[in-house]
Design a protein around this ligand. Structure first.
Ligand code: GAR
Length: 186
């Protein structure tokens, strides 16, 4: 059994999808949801699904969070809409065991400040023909770890940041749990 923790800062629809998908798998178990934001929707979603939650501050991200993950024997860490840079202590504790999803085709539209709606606004403003998702390993820099998987979607002429966000979320729901499971089982 591989024990998984999810870190999320926002609504948590990806976290919910991962928890529900893995509930049907024998070998994958989401044992904890962590958030930097006590108001985040992901906390409510996790409670409804009976997954324990934990809120942490910037001050205890570097040390306590790593200790908690190790105490609870977490094997893999998944970032699902998590906005803070991951500290080196966590990356060193989980080498090639932290996976993130980004709502664009990296290396474009990545880096600090490029998250959620900001990404879709920039893509639409630049009249890109395509956007999509990138699932990648996490290193010390924002959005620069090794890419595992990408999927594309086309932008329509009348695309808005909201309509693009919905398309990207559909791609995320379709692929993220599957790609995580494949990496863990390798
Ligand atoms: C997702 O689209 C995810 O790709 C993005 O935040 C959204 C979270 O949605 N992540 C980033 O922008 C990270 N840089 P959710 O809370 O409904 O899962």
């Amino acid at each position: 059994m591989k024990r998984i923790a999810i870190l999320a800062s926002g609504s948590g629809s990806n976290a919910e999808n991962i928890i529900k998908t893995f509930a049907a798998e024998q070998d994958l178990d989401v044992i904890l949801v962590l958030s930097n934001n006590p108001e985040a929707g992901v906390i409510k979603r996790a409670h409804k699904l009976n997954v324990p939650t934990l809120v942490f501050s910037r001050r205890n991200f570097e040390k306590e969070v790593v200790e908690i993950l190790q105490e609870r024997k977490v094997d893999w860490v998944i970032l699902a809409g998590f906005l803070w840079l991951v500290p080196p202590t966590l990356i060193q504790a989980y080498p090639n065991r932290i996976i993130n999803i980004h709502p664009a085709l990296l290396p474009n539209y990545g880096g600090k400040g490029m998250w959620g709606h900001h990404v879709h606004e920039a893509v639409v403003a630049n009249k890109e023909s395509h956007s999509g998702i990138t699932i990648h390993y996490v290193n010390e820099k924002y959005d620069e770890g090794e890419i595992i998987f990408q999927a594309k979607c086309a932008l329509e002429e009348k695309e808005t940041p909201d309509s693009l966000a919905a398309k990207v979320h559909e791609l995320e729901y379709e692929h993220f749990p599957r790609v995580i499971a494949e990496e863990i089982r390798k």
